[in-house]
Each structure stands twice: as C-alpha cells, then as structure tokens.
Write a protein that binds this ligand. Structure first.
Ligand SMILES: [Zn+2]
Ligand SMILES: [Zn+2]
Length: 285
C-alpha cells in the first residue's frame, strides 16, 4: 500500500525522501519549487542525481509533485493563459528529469465565463501538454466546487478528458475533502457505491492516479477547500473508511497522500497512523 505525506524540499531536494523515510512512508508528494511563485529556479544536476539516488536506495517510486497554486487552466485571459501554460510545461520537464510519475494540478476557475468556456480552455492547455510528449502523468485534482471552479464533479472531469485527442496521461487526483465539499457524501455507503460506479463508468479506475486523503472542516456540499486531521472533520473515520476500503478502491496500486494540517510536530505521524489503520485495519466500524 503506497502511503505518504507532502514532504519539504527546503535545504535540498534530497530532504524529501529523507523526511518520508523518517515517517515510514512508502511514497510522498513535493513541490519542486515555491508553491506561491511563478519563478522556476533551475534544477542543479548534483541535486537531481542525489535525489534520484536516494529514492532508489530507499525504494521510493510512483512519486507525486504538486504544481504551484498560481496557474489557472480554466481562464482564457491571455496573460494568465500564457503564464499557466509555461508553468505547466516547465513543471512537466522537471518531473521527467526527477523521474516523478504524477503531477497534480488544480484546474482553476472560469471567472464567470461559464464552465463550457472553462473546459475548452483547460483542454487547450492539456493538448499542448499531450503534444510535448512528456513521460509524467497530469493528475487533474477534483475541486471543492467553490464559485466558478471547474472540475468539481465526475461529469465535469469526464467532459474535460472526453474532448482530448489522447487521454493516456491525463489522470485524476481524488482529494477526499474536495469531493466531499463538492457534494459527495462518503459517510453514506450507498452514496459511495454511486460515486464509485459513476467514476468507473465515466472515467475508469485505471485513470485514478493519486488520492489525497484529508478530512474536511466543512460539511458535505460546503463548497470550500478546508483540510482537517483524519477523523476530526465532517467526513470522519467511517466516511473515510467507506471510500478508502471500498472494493473498487482498496487494491489500487496508487499513492494515498495526506495533506492534513501540520499544526503540531506530531501531526503527520498521527494522521499517517490513522490512515494506515483506515486502509489496512485494525480500525473497524
Ligand atoms: Zn489535494
Ligand atoms: Zn485542498
């Protein structure tokens, strides 16, 4: 079972695998640069080699990077479009250099222009990625459904993928807090069955590449993205277990990454332990 947290690269890329190891993770997620800047500092070859060597040595594979938060792939505004495009291509290059398999992206907001226009804009970005022939997968993250956001439902994610010339590297990242805030009530087993059936028929589980496991500070349908410690939010242990131990999800060989708050030194350790119990047992309803 691939379980991990978001690790820090401050002090050098190699610190991420070391941090993951110290937490007994089997995989991890990083930002390869500042999450709140457009700047793309160059990767130093020494650091890259050290990073790759450490990952091999410690047996880490199926790694995840998260794109910075600034790009918006659903807004056709010229400047935003070109900055976002540049950012995506630069990050995809970095992922290939670092041998990272999955690049998670927030899709963005159509800023009132309507979801149709937003989806077309997202598709145009993805076509450029597809034509560039990278190795990394793009993982479109389901959004919490805040005003004007694109991609908060399975149908919308499907609409984005369906209009593309090639979808083999266009995957999905399921964030449990986002999906719950968007309206999928994982506390209800029947709702989880409906969710997984719909995902299977519209997108297919072979296209689910990453799960972000977070509880939610807002109730179902709250349409806001607020992560909470596992078991302390509205989804709760039962809801998380309904989803993560669902027969269509439990055996998927994909990373399950925590993005829970880090308000105490022990927070990651505690959430990892809970996650491991949720997916492997012994935690039982
Ligand atoms: Zn997430
Ligand atoms: Zn989030």
């Amino acid at each position: 079972m691939l379980i991990g947290v978001h690790c820090s690269i401050s002090g050098g890329l190699v610190n991420a695998p070391l941090e993951a190891q110290s937490l007994s993770c089997s995989t991890y997620q990083i930002f390869t640069r500042s999450s709140r800047s457009w700047k793309t500092p160059e990767l130093k070859s020494e650091q890259v080699e050290l990073f790759k060597r450490k990952n091999k040595e410690l047996g880490f594979s199926n790694l995840v990077t998260h794109l910075p938060y600034l790009p918006n792939f659903a807004n056709p505004d010229k400047e935003i479009y070109s900055n976002s495009q540049h950012n995506l291509i630069e990050e995809a290059k970095r992922c290939d250099i670092l041998e990272v398999s999955n690049l998670v992206v927030h899709i963005g907001s159509h800023k009132g222009l309507g979801s149709k226009k937003g989806i077309l804009t997202v598709q145009s970005h993805l076509e450029k990625f597809i034509q560039s022939e990278f190795k990394v997968n793009i993982c479109l993250e389901i959004s919490a459904g805040s005003k004007n956001s694109v991609g908060s439902t399975i149908e919308e994610l499907q609409q984005i993928r369906d209009g593309l010339s090639e979808t083999s590297q266009i995957k999905i990242c399921l964030d449990t807090a986002h999906a719950f805030a968007s309206g999928y009530d994982f506390r209800n087993k029947e709702a989880v069955d409906t969710f997984t059936d719909e995902f299977e028929s519209l997108i297919g589980f072979k296209n689910l590449a990453v799960i972000h496991v977070n509880d939610s500070k807002v109730d179902v349908g709250g349409k806001v993205d607020r992560h909470e410690h596992l078991g302390k939010g509205y989804i709760g242990m039962q809801g998380l277990q309904n989803l993560l131990r669902h027969k269509k999800i439990v055996d998927l060989p994909i990373p399950r990454i925590l993005e829970t708050p880090r308000d105490t030194k022990e927070a990651d350790k505690i959430n990892l332990k809970i996650l491991s119990e949720i997916v492997n047992g012994p935690w039982q309803i």
